[in-house]
Design a protein around this ligand. Structure first.
Ligand code: MG
Length: 378
């Protein structure tokens, strides 16, 4: 009976274009009456440290843990889950997240379906704090999806069988360690290899000594000189590389535009791409973008970024930080429309608290659970 009630609630609310139904004043098929609850949204959160399975090294740093904030947004007894992941180079921390979330007065909002109004408020109350903002955005999407009894890929109209393969990331290391990590990743059909740390050929040759599957590379701003970079791109093309992410410093648009123009492989922006407004300056400089919920304040803006990038004929990659299955499952709701996905963040940690999207034979498989498609296992 509860399922039927929820189904009808979902269908009626969708028919109403997002207007909120909290009670049934009509028979199915007749126009329903709407009224908002008298209660406001209740936000709670806790800091949490993700334990990484391997020390994670990219061109700029190494680490063994990632700080995250886990949120819950409750309304009328329904709870939405959210997460903000804060790798240190982005400048957010448990302390900044605590300060940001404490400043929010979400109990003023009595209708969770007013997502634009709520998330505009969250975005405008303070600058920056993108991961903390994402932790609220994801929880609100989870809550609203649960109220509609639908996962977001269905609400947005995407087909779940169109999900792409996900890459698995091999961090910078010495040859034998790279060989061992590549062997461990044998279930994947495409790998992302971190380079830009001064041993690019060793990294690629080590991976290639184990597997011939497609690879993509992430330079993390590690290259400095454009002709040398172009020579590397040509060499990488011969090694079966699919695309190259963030070759130069994010501010170096001139060399990047030159490289993109001459490169036989797509060049994607990651560090250079944050909010939807960045697309304008990156069009023509990069072939495409890496969109991550933690950089762009969450699912609402990621949806705008991906649809806008597609309309500009830019390639799209849905990425993530090291995150629990909460963050990766939220990102995976958008994965049916991207060219590539890099949603392995939950697989890089040993203390996940949720179960959601899976990677089966290298391909993203979305759960049918409503909202962001997760359940708590912690
Ligand atoms: Mg990257």
């Amino acid at each position: 009976m509860e399922t039927n009630r929820r189904s009808f609630l979902g269908a009626s609310a969708l028919m109403a274009g997002g207007a909120l139904l909290t009670s049934f004043d009509c028979e199915p098929g007749k126009m329903p009456a709407y009224r908002a609850s008298g209660k406001g949204l209740k936000l709670t959160w806790k800091p949490y440290d993700l334990q990484l399975r391997h020390t994670f090294t990219i061109a700029s740093n190494s680490r063994k843990t990632t700080a995250v904030v886990l949120t819950q947004l409750e309304w009328e007894g329904v709870i939405g889950y959210g997460e903000g992941s804060m790798p240190p180079y982005l400048g957010e921390s448990h302390e900044t997240a605590q300060k940001f979330l404490s400043a929010l007065k979400l109990d003023q909002f009595r209708d969770p379906f007013r997502m634009e109004e709520i998330l505009d408020y969250v975005d405008q109350i303070m600058p920056g704090n993108c991961a903390a903002k994402a932790s609220v955005d994801i929880a609100l999407h989870d809550l609203v999806g649960k109220l509609l009894n639908q996962p977001w890929h269905r609400i947005w109209g995407y087909s779940k069988e169109n999900t792409p393969l996900s890459t698995f990331t091999i961090g910078i290391d010495k040859g034998p360690e790279v060989v061992a990590k590549t062997k461990e990743a044998s279930a994947f059909k495409i790998l992302k290899v971190k380079i830009g740390g001064g041993n690019d050929e060793e990294m690629i040759n080590s991976v290639r000594s184990v597997t011939q599957i497609p690879l993509c590379v992430d330079v993390n701003q590690g290259w400095k000189e454009r002709q040398e970079a172009l020579d590397k791109v040509h060499w990488l093309k011969e090694q079966g590389i699919v695309f190259i992410e963030q070759p130069f410093d994010k501010h170096n648009l001139e060399d990047t535009a030159w490289l993109t123009q001459h490169s036989p492989l797509p060049i994607l922006a990651d560090e250079a791409m944050q909010r939807v407004g960045d697309l304008k300056k990156l069009q023509g400089v990069y072939s495409g973008i890496n969109c991550k919920l933690m950089k762009c304040t969450g699912m609402r803006e990621a949806h705008k970024i991906l649809e806008t990038a597609r309309s500009l004929n830019m390639k799209t990659l849905m990425g993530c930080m090291t995150e629990t299955s909460c963050g990766t499952s939220a990102a995976a709701q958008l994965s049916p429309i991207v060219d590539w996905a890099d949603l392995d963040g939950n697989l890089l940690i040993s203390n996940d608290l949720y179960e959601g999207m899976k990677i089966v034979e290298g391909k993203i498989v979305l759960s049918d659970l409503p909202g962001i498609g997760i359940r708590s296992i912690g």
